[in-house]
Design a protein around this ligand. Structure first.
Ligand code: GUN
Length: 292
């Protein structure tokens, strides 16, 4: 078994981005600026946004966090988005999800100007992705593709089984893994809560991507020997053994599945850091497009 080291790959890719920012600075060009809108006090969202800001600092991007209480009105949130859309200094921005229940997430996603939508969530960017056109790819799927590229995981003709059909991960990945090219050319099965005989399907996967949101759902008996297992799950569990008081677990029972898989991503240190690098790349791309 080889552990797929997302932390190491993301560090290498961040170094490339840092050098590109240095080159921009040397030319006297504007450095990329990413903004994040954070609503409420969801601890997971706080952590993700903090990681994104830290990564911006590491590569030399400017970053801004805009915080609002969980009680913010949808119209006020849309106003913030309109301002960010119009602000020339901001190259790209994200609205961290999930949002409080009184806010219509889809309306918020559609309010973001497609050219600043570095999450790749706007339907125009999703549509471009499906059509195979140049776009901002959603960060987690893009990060997973990058890991496959880095470890040269064969995908052509492989059976890729994806668990979870979210708009953020499962659905875009099903498109990207089946399209022509590398990584791609896989035969994709997208499984979800209504799928029957799930273990039978997962056992036939050459590449198994778990984005189901259930801790330790994937056990060794559900995995084919020699397969590649990608774990997108992040579950925070209280722990007396760590400095932070929390321990992260994935959708996959790592200890037993790693005995069977050829390649496997750990949690933490697998997909998570790659998601952040993809966001940085999209921001760099947004800034470069604007300068063209
Ligand atoms: N919540 C979970 N993942 C994401 C993501 O990639 N972007 C945003 N904006 N919110 C998220």
């Amino acid at each position: 078994m080889q552990k797929i080291d997302g932390k190491a790959v993301s560090s290498a890719l961040k170094e490339d981005i840092r050098q590109e920012v240095e080159a921009l600075k040397a030319k006297g060009a504007k450095i990329p600026h990413l903004a994040a809108v954070l609503v409420g006090e969801n601890p997971a969202s706080e952590t993700y946004v903090n990681h994104k800001v830290k990564a911006c600092n590491q590569v030399g991007f400017q970053s801004t966090i805009i915080r609002r209480d969980a009680t913010v009105a949808e119209t006020d949130l849309i106003q913030i988005i309109d301002k960010l859309n119009a602000e020339p200094d901001i190259d790209g921005f994200i609205v961290q999800l999930p949002l409080p229940e009184h806010i219509n997430e889809q309306r918020v996603i559609e309010a973001v100007a497609p050219e600043k939508d570095v999450d790749g969530f706007h339907p125009l960017n999703t549509g471009r992705m499906v059509a195979g056109l140049d776009t901002f790819l959603p960060a987690t799927p893009a990060g997973i593709l990058e890991l496959m590229r880095y470890y040269e995981i064969p995908t052509e003709g492989a059976h890729c089984v994806i668990l979870g059909r979210s708009n953020i991960v499962g659905t875009p990945l099903s498109v990207l893994m089946s399209r022509k090219g590398y990584p791609g050319n896989a035969t994709v099965t997208l499984c979800h809560s209504r799928t029957q005989n799930l273990a039978e399907i997962t056992r036939s996967a050459d590449i198994l991507i778990a984005a189901i949101g259930k801790m330790h759902f994937i056990t060794a008996d559900m995995v084919k020997s020699g397969s590649t297992v990608i774990d997108v799950g992040i579950h925070r569990v209280k722990s007396g053994k760590t400095k932070s008081g929390w321990k992260l677990h994935g959708d996959v029972k790592f200890d037993e599945v790693s005995e069977k898989a050829a390649y496997i991503t750990p949690v933490p240190g697998g997909v998570g850091p790659m998601t952040i690098v993809s966001l940085l790349r999209n921001t760099l791309k947004a800034a470069a497009r604007k300068n063209q």
